[in-house]
Design a protein. Structure first.
Length: 82
């Protein structure tokens, strides 16, 4: 069972039981200055896993060293992001 993602996070009936949580964040690429509002799904020492619910649940694995994440309340999808 894979969750549905929304701008507020992962929508699944039992996220704590399955150990799944997705946090809305503003992701800043410090190399390019690009900013995206996405869901932080998890990561490790090298990579963040980010999901964009505004772009058909696109999954990106990005470098921890070149990205800064700021927790936000929810994601605002724009016409250009869908």
């Amino acid at each position: 069972m894979w969750p549905d993602y929304s701008p507020e996070g992962a929508e699944i009936g039992t996220p704590r039981v399955l150990g799944l949580d997705a946090q809305p964040v503003r992701a800043l690429n410090v190399d390019t200055g690009e900013v995206d509002e996405v869901l932080y799904l998890g990561g490790n020492a090298d990579l963040y896993v980010l999901v964009d619910p505004c772009d058909e649940d696109r999954v990106d694995m990005v470098s921890v060293g070149s990205h800064r994440l700021v927790v936000i309340d929810d994601i605002t999808c724009t016409a250009s992001s869908s």
